[in-house]
Every structure is written in structure tokens, then in C-alpha cells.
Ligand binder design. Sequence first.
Ligand SMILES: NC(=O)c1ccc[n+]([C@@H]2O[C@H](COP(=O)([O-])OP(=O)(O)OC[C@H]3O[C@@H](n4cnc5c(N)ncnc54)[C@H](OP(=O)(O)O)[C@@H]3O)[C@@H](O)[C@H]2O)c1
Length: 285
Amino acid sequence: MKVLVTGANGQLGWDVIRELEARGIECKGVDREDFDLLDAPAVKEAVIAYRPDAVVHCAAYTAVDRAESEPELCAGINGDGTLNVVRAALSVDAKLVYISTDYVFSGEGAEPWTEDSPYGPKNVYGLSKAQGEIAVRSLMEHYFILRTSWVFGVHGNNFVRTMMRLGRERTEVRVVDDQIGSPTSTEDLARVICDMLPTEKYGIYHVCNKGYISWAQFADMIMKHAGLRCRVTPIPTSEYPTPAHRPKNSRMDTGKLESQFGPMPEVEDALERCMRAMMLDEMHA
Ligand SMILES: NC(=O)c1ccc[n+]([C@@H]2O[C@H](COP(=O)([O-])OP(=O)(O)OC[C@H]3O[C@@H](n4cnc5c(N)ncnc54)[C@H](OP(=O)(O)O)[C@@H]3O)[C@@H](O)[C@H]2O)c1
């Protein structure tokens, strides 16, 4: 099997390449320097040149707050850009993995979202990711749409890195306590992607680490594992206004994934592994 990975320099793409290589699967990572997702002929040319059996589409416009002031660019990259990847994959008969988000839902209520829950995005980014999903679902048969949430990994900037930095600089951080979801490690997500790729168990899956927690609880966990004594003060979302609306209910039901591919590790276990790797990196830097 030959796999092409977009967004290979991003936090997830980087781990997907690492996992494919560890499994001895032939792969190629591409990023912005290879082609811009908005350039349909360039996307097609690159895919035809490599002739992959599968495309893992990790590249995306991911700046959730900036998207509110750049809605056209965000929709272009995540909607039309994904359509370009879909058409290119179809032209070589490759299957596709599209990474999506819980932000395609409204974030209302307290019940976990299932794969069949209706769309209801409340911010520009969520809408653009739903547009990407629709491009995949309406044109392809051989696809996996993986909706994930609160992603963290060794390669890239994320909440874990931010909390580790703030925890060293300050004695207190104020973190929202009324948005509930499941932080997800790129290492574990990459494993699931590689487990799915050789199968024909196509469709939509919710893929997150196990456990529903708030950002404040996650921050607490990070401070504990970093051995930092910074106090985490829980605050409501109303005290931390951001340009993009953030859903309060990011709980996702992962039952379908578990029945087909087994359970994901607990959040704390994933965090511990990631922080150990981050600290090793810092020691060698
Ligand atoms: N991060 C999260 O919390 C989260 C949560 C749920 C779902 N997701 C989804 O998971 C996937 C991976 O996210 P991530 O955190 O790994 O993202 P990331 O670290 O921001 O990486 C995205 C990659 O896409 C590339 N890219 C952006 N625009 C491009 C364009 N027009 N043409 C070509 N490449 C382009 C970026 O290149 P540049 O650096 O040059 O822009 C970057 O390498 C995305 O689909 C995202 O929507 C993420």
C-alpha cells in the first residue's frame, strides 16, 4: 500500500508519517511547499504523480479564531481544498481519510454526539469543516471521516505546550471549566488511521481519547504531570471571550470506533506519553 499524507508538517500529519514508517508502509508527506490546496491542477498533478492507494488529508486551515475574520479563505481551504483532494483521489481510485472535528455540531445539550447527529456548526471553522465532510460524502464511496477534538501532539503548538509554558511563568492560570470534551493525542489518532487504512470499514467515526473533561481539568492534569505548582482557577466561558464561539458540549460517542477497531487509551495515559516525549525533546534541544 502507498499512502500520500497532506499537512505532513502539521501536528497530526507529522505523527501519521511516523506511524506509517514504523509499520513499514510506503508513504509520502506533502505540505504547502509541494502544493496549495486551493490550486486544483497542482493537487491533481501531485496525486497522479505518486499514484497512492490512499490519501490521508490532514492539511487544513486550523486557526479557529482567525477564521472569523477570514471566512472566505477558511472555507476555500477546508471546503474547496478538500474537494480538490477528493477529485484527485478519485482520479487514481485512492481511498481517502478526512480529519474532521466536533465543531461541526452545535455544542448544545450534554449528550455525546453520535456519527448520525445533525450538523449545526456555530463558527466559521466548524462550517468549513462540515463543507469538507459534505464534499467527501457526496462524491466518494471509499472514505473514512474521522471526527476528533482538542488535538495535542509533540510536533506543534497546542494547549499542552501553552499550559506547560504558562505553568513555568506564572503562579496561577484561569481556564474555562464549562466546555467539556475529550483531548486527543496525535500519536493515538495516527495509530487508528493506520489501523483503518487497509480495511474496507468505510464511513464516519468519532475518534478521541477516552474520558470527558473540561479545559480546566485538562490544565490541572498537565500541571500535575509537569510537576508544576501553578494553580488552575476554573472560570466560565463568559470570562474568556474569543472571536469564535466555542461549543460547551464537545462530548463525542466513540462506540462505533470501539466496536470496529477497539478502544482508544484514556486521556491521562495519552497525555503522560506525550508530555514525556515533549520533555525528552526539550532535554535534547
Ligand atoms: N488541532 C485541533 O485541535 C483539531 C481538532 C479537531 C480536528 N482537527 C483537524 O485535524 C487535522 C489536523 O490538524 P492539526 O492540528 O495537525 O493542524 P496543523 O498543525 O495546523 O497543520 C495543518 C497543516 O495544513 C497545512 N495547510 C494549511 N493550509 C494549507 C494550504 N492552503 N495548502 C497546503 N497546506 C496547507 C499547514 O501548513 P502551514 O503551516 O504552512 O499553514 C499545516 O502544515 C485538520 O484537518 C484539523 O481540522 C484539529
